[in-house]
Design a binder for this molecule. Sequence first.
Ligand code: ADP
Length: 284
Amino acid sequence: MKNDIIPSKVEIRQLGKVYDGSTSSTPALQDVNLSVEHNEFITLVGASGCGKSTLLRILAGLEYATSGEAYCDGKLINGPGAERAMVFQHYSLYPWLSVLGNIKFSRGLKANRGDITSSDVEAAAGRADALLNLIGLDKVANSYPNQLSGGMQQRVAIARALLGRPSMLLMDEPFGALDAQSREVMHDMILHIHRIEKTTVVFVTHDVEEAIYLGQRVVLMEPRPGRIHSIYPVPLPRARDQDMKHTAPFRELKAEILARIRESSGMATDLELLDKLCAQSSAL
Ligand code: ADP
């Protein structure tokens, strides 16, 4: 039998990025190598400034690498593509459009430009209704963004990103502005979407607990220059539930990653200093 090798969804090879400023240049990424499998949910975590957003933006085609390359489905990424949709922390919905209007907006625009036909737009309307159901907002389809909570607005932004059936979702701290309770709801919702839509997800966060809860693998990055330190497979069943956060494998992995982040960001030295100061003041 022929042994076909299925290529990874994403291949990142020796990727580097230097931002050139007027007086200095910033090496944001160096020698990044990573494969992401089809339908995998992978999370990128690390201290601020370690290049997580830059890497995601390169995968989205919004930023160019200055060395190395990244491939999606075997094709070199050299600009945005319909198969890759991005979700940002600030959802920027159109306030004058309803929930449904926001989800369908980009399709309407393309139809106006002649990129797609009116039957495509009709199909997109059916898809928009299905997505409203999937994200649990069918009851508020005709509401406006200012009538929705932050979590609900972010759900609309996710549905909008999913409208064109992207095979990959790139998410940049999408729940960073939400309160803790809304975040937990969104975590279970995005896992549900991942299961149903079968997209590959690359998810950036600085929250280690979020990274472990959502990811099948957690990529830990380090700053100056931004690079991958380690890749941790998450030792939990894929069907997650909130109680898993209290299990030993979860807590151990969280402690290990947090310790490494504290060390690489200089926070460990700050904490040691603080301990010393506390000891000195209690001795007085
Ligand atoms: P993270 O998402 O992990 O916080 P970023 O990718 O935002 O990291 O940034 C990585 C490094 O690149 C940081 O030192 C940051 O200051 C720098 N950087 C990011 N974007 C730009 C830019 N547009 N111009 C110059 N430097 C940038």
